[in-house]
Ligand binder design. Structure first.
Ligand code: GRF
Length: 207
């Protein structure tokens, strides 16, 4: 099977990036990372990429007067490397129609809750909202990105029980472990051409 090319967009620690790198190195996913791109020069994710000889690009969003100009700069870098799939892995910028419509059904994101729970929230706010809701289960969701923030077709979800004494941090840590399983799984399904989008649902072709 031919290998697809990924562009992974990050802003922070990059544990999901690490899980993707590890899965590729262990030949679990027929993919290679063409570029890791960050809007933060000090993102630890960039160090992780360099340690594995993955090309990195830093694009400072503050150097551009509009979101669209920033996105055009990212698109140029991504298209130069002919990436097939864009993976948002803790990328802290909301993408406009310009970027999203340039890659229809080719952008994945991971959200640290069971969407539509905590839709539109990020970081600790997600887990605070879940704990405040009294939900007994949370988890993570890998979904296609559309212009509806956190509203695109869902590829995979993993469930994590909420414990009675959970703090947002404790819940976040347990969910992160599941994210590291879910994201490589979703990329593998995409790479193997097993995802079929029907309306806002994703059908997974078996076999
Ligand atoms: C994860 O919790 C992910 O769900 C969210 O941002 C966080 C990124 O973590 N979108 P990391 O940088 O991959 O460690």
């Amino acid at each position: 099977m031919s290998r697809i090319k990924l562009a992974v967009l990050v802003s922070g620690g990059g544990t999901n990036l690490q899980a993707i790198i590890d899965a590729i190195e262990q030949k679990e996913i027929p993919a290679e990372i063409a570029v890791v791109m960050s809007n933060k020069s000090d993102a630890y994710a960039l160090k992780r990429a360099k340690q594995h000889n993955v090309p990195v690009v830093y694009i400072n969003n503050k150097s551009y007067s509009s979101r669209e100009d920033f996105e055009r700069a990212m698109i140029a870098e991504i298209d130069k490397r002919q990436a097939d799939l864009i993976c948002l892995a803790g990328f802290m910028r909301v993408l406009t129609t310009l970027f999203v419509s340039h890659y229809p059904n080719r952008i994945l994101n991971i959200h640290p809750a069971l969407l539509p729970a905590a839709k539109g929230l990020y970081g600790e706010h997600v887990h605070e909202a879940i704990l405040n809701s009294g939900a007994k289960f949370s988890g993570c969701t890998v979904h296609f990105v559309t212009t509806d923030v956190d509203g695109g077709p869902i590829v995979i979800q993993k469930i994590v029980p909420v414990e009675d004494n959970d703090t947002p941090q404790m819940l976040a840590e347990r969910i992160l472990l599941q994210e590291h399983i879910a994201y490589p799984e979703a990329i593998k399904l995409f790479a193997e051409n097993k995802l079929e989008i029907v309306g806002n649902r994703v059908k997974i072709k078996r076999g």
